[in-house]
Design a protein around this ligand. Structure first.
Ligand code: ZN
Length: 385
């Protein structure tokens, strides 16, 4: 390594160390190596009553630190310590523990910064983050209201499997025309987020029929997306839907049937169509009710402020995300999960939740696409003192 790149390396590390500060120092002193982390996992399993033989359910098991497994005193079966947990199959436990420790101390650094700090591959760090977001999202969401992905357009600047060729990542959101014009600032691109330089998604299919089929499918899904976006603004009749799009009647008809079959929309009295999730949103407690204007207004203001503060975090620290992952990243609003400052990782609620979940596979993460509506916590978690 040249002196110059060494300097760059040191500067980058120092910047990350400044962010993680004393919290990281504490982690390093309590969990300096893999061994300490495996003992911590054992302690957490014991504390959460999750230590038992997977074969005969006996609780009389002996921990063998060297083999990172337990041995049943009744049937002698050996069980990996990570069996039946999110960590199943993990060779290194310390990065997981470190991520949990930082999240539980309200430190949210990007996965690339985290990979640098822990000296692991960035893809591993990213998968680890997303797995933990899955776990957090599956926990109870206290004080969560429902947000629409269209409220987060300003942070969608990363391409994903869902991004069409030559399109900006933001177009993954089925934008009603009006929103899109506003967003583009009369075509000047003034409000358009920075376009990243990664190559557009290309198809490996070369035959004409395959590409024709693909373009038909794209068009079909874009009709569906447009309709969903349109219905975000409220219920619409068939004619109103056609009026707002330049699609053919048959295409709209087909898309509506599809969306109904997928339980994304419902047909309502008076020949109108509405969003299924919007309907549940309108019924959710705390949402606008007749004669409750004031609390509805303050609720929407809370949501607006929460969205703004979340977008700031995503821009500053993560430099944007893809639309596909917004509902996953919303987990950051729920962190830390633990109510009090942790002395030991054993008492972490997030770690506790990880002990009772199957691992989240890379494929599950890869194919995940955020729904139009998802729970979003407006109230920031109280800072631990
Ligand atoms: Zn047994």
């Amino acid at each position: 390594m040249t002196k110059r790149s060494l300097d760059g390396h040191e500067k980058k590390l120092q910047k990350i160390l400044d962010k993680v500060g004393v919290v990281w120092e504490e982690f390093c002193s309590i969990y300096p190596d893999e061994g300490a982390c495996w003992f911590a996992l054992f302690d957490a399993l014991s504390a959460n009553n999750a230590l038992f033989c997977r074969s005969c359910n006996s609780r009389a098991v002996q921990f063998s630190p060297l083999s990172r497994s337990t041995r049943c005193e009744s049937c002698y079966r050996i069980t990996w310590l990570t069996a039946g947990t999110v960590f199943h199959g993990a060779r290194k436990l310390r990065p997981w523990m470190a991520a949990i420790w930082l999240f539980e101390h309200d430190i949210k650094i990007s996965s690339s910064g985290f990979s640098f700090l822990l000296q692991i591959a960035q893809s591993s760090a990213l998968n680890m983050y997303k797995s933990l977001f899955f776990v957090v999202n599956s926990e109870g969401k206290q004080n969560a209201t429902e947000a629409s992905s269209s409220q987060f357009l300003q942070i969608f600047n990363k391409r994903s499997l869902e991004t069409l060729s030559w399109q900006h990542p933001v177009t993954e959101e089925g934008l009603p025309d009006k929103n899109f014009q506003e967003f583009n600032g009369n075509g000047s691109g003034a409000h358009c987020p920075h376009l990243d330089s990664s190559p557009p998604k290309t198809s490996s299919e070369s035959t004409t029929s395959a590409s024709e089929q693909a373009s038909t499918e794209c068009r079909e899904s874009s009709v569906e997306k447009r309709i969903l976006a349109l219905l975000t603004g409220g219920e619409k009749t068939f004619d109103e839907i056609c009026l707002h799009n330049d699609f053919e009647t048959a295409e709209v008809n087909r898309a509506l049937t599809f969306l109904e079959l997928e339980s994304k929309i419902v047909s309502l009295v008076g020949g109108k169509y509405g969003l299924v999730s919007a309907e549940s949103f309108l019924r959710s407690p705390g949402h606008r009710e007749v004669g409750n204007e004031e609390s509805a207004n303050s609720l929407s203001m809370d949501l607006e402020q929460a969205v703004e503060s979340f977008c700031r975090l995503i821009k500053q620290e993560f430099h944007g995300i893809s639309r596909k992952t917004i509902a996953l990243y919303a987990a950051l609003r729920q962190l830390p999960l633990s109510y009090e400052k942790l002395e030991k990782i054993t008492s972490s609620r997030l770690l506790g939740a990880c002990l009772f979940r199957e691992p989240i596979g890379r494929e599950q993460i890869r194919v995940y696409v955020s729904p139009q509506f998802f729970p979003f916590v407006t109230e920031a978690s109280p800072a631990h003192t």
